[in-house]
Design a protein around this ligand. Structure first.
Ligand SMILES: [Zn+2]
Length: 380
């Protein structure tokens, strides 16, 4: 069945105003589009108001997992560790200090200055500033001693591990509605969804659900997105289940007066690779469950944290292997370059001792780090 009217404003959908709407917003990695669902105006409006709010709430994770979108680049993101440090997280999950640091301490015979900068260029500029204050400084000598250093963040990162609010909430419900319409459901029969989406004070028809994992074949560690809809002839519910990054799990009841055939439909994707996943979902929820879900009784911040850390630790074990290869290559190149031997020559005893020492020294930060895994804790 093709729905010939816009599901939101009811205008007749024509060739001119038909829009390709992403079932899951493209900004968080969704690919599949649906036609004959909403008009261009409603697509733009809901994109600006609803999707942009959801995307903003998920932007840290989009950066962390390096989600690619059709338009626009992944932004870097400022995070705070439990130690209170601010770090800038980049698309490849590397981190930089958020701001340069300058420290001046008076000591007996003068002042001691320490500088941490994000790049050598920034350090140079900062030193120029210091020279204006202390003209006797020998800048060249100082820059020779400047070192590019990388270290590991072993702190826990604080993060708002929740999504919600009425703008993002409407985006989530609209995803389920889109898949229902794609499955042949008339949007007009989804009375709860329509009321919520169209009325400013419409009651929200969604809530977190963590009581039981509805995914029967959850792939280990995949930060998957999925949308699932199901029409139940017994309970007359038209239910939707939405999951983002394998961690945010939401149930919506689109209608309680479903009178069509029994059906279900699922769209699941690995947003990192863009690959479609074959996910089996079992969602059996009573009407009183739905009430509990909407009252946030089937959710705890611990449950989100657990689901989230499962996905994150798996992702880290994959990137840890890449990091190991990078470190070994870097350390060996450095040690050979600095052990005093010339290329192609046999190492002397002293040189090979130095080589070993350099390798051990350079490996140390990495070896200390590998036992630890970042964790994320919920704030707010
Ligand atoms: Zn419309």
């Amino acid at each position: 069945m093709i729905n010939s009217n816009c599901a939101l404003c009811n205008v007749l959908i024509t060739k001119e105003n038909n829009s390709k709407e992403h079932i899951i917003p493209n900004a968080i990695g969704g690919k599949k589009k649906i036609l004959n669902f909403i008009c261009v105006d409603c697509n733009n409006k809901s994109g600006n108001e609803w999707e942009s709010d959801l995307t903003e709430q998920l932007s840290f994770l989009c950066t962390y997992f390096g989600i690619k979108r059709d338009r626009g680049n992944v932004q870097s993101h400022i995070v705070t560790t439990t130690a209170g440090d601010k770090l800038q997280l980049n698309a490849n999950a590397s981190m930089k200090i958020h701001e340069p640091k300058y420290n001046e301490t008076k000591i007996d015979d003068g002042v001691e200055i320490s500088i941490s900068a994000r790049t050598i260029k920034e350090a140079k500029n900062m030193l120029k500033g210091v020279k204006r204050k202390y003209p006797n400084l020998n800048l060249e000598e100082l820059m020779k001693n400047a070192q590019e250093k990388s270290s590991y963040c072993n702190d826990t990162i604080q993060l708002k591990l929740s999504i919600g609010g009425h703008q993002a909430g409407r985006s989530i419900v609209k995803s389920a509605l889109a898949l229902a319409v794609e499955s042949g459901i008339n949007p007009k029969s989804c009375e709860h969804a329509i009321e919520y989406l169209l009325q400013e004070n419409g009651s929200p028809c969604f809530g977190y659900y963590y009581d039981k994992d509805p995914l029967l074949n959850r792939p280990e560690g995949v930060p998957l997105h999925c949308v699932f809809v199901k029409g139940n002839t017994q309970t007359r519910q038209l239910l939707g289940y939405i999951e983002f990054f394998g961690a945010f799990r939401i149930v919506t009841c689109l209608s309680s007066e479903y009178d069509g055939d029994e059906f279900s439909n699922c769209y699941a994707i690995n947003p990192i690779e863009g690959e479609i996943l074959d996910i089996k979902i079992e969602l059996n929820i009573s009407n009183s469950d739905i009430e509990s879900i909407y009252n946030y009784e089937m959710y705890s911040s611990q449950a989100i944290e657990d689901a989230f850390n499962k996905v994150v630790s798996f992702h880290q074990s994959v990137s840890a292997k890449k990091e190991q290869e990078r470190v070994i290559h870097e350390v060996i190149t450095y040690a050979f370059k600095n052990c005093g031997a010339k290329e192609g020559e046999q190492l002397t005893g002293a040189q090979s001792q130095k080589l070993t020492k350099l390798i051990m020294e350079r490996m140390q930060p990495y070896l200390t780090h590998i036992g630890s895994v970042h964790n994320f804790v919920s704030i707010g």
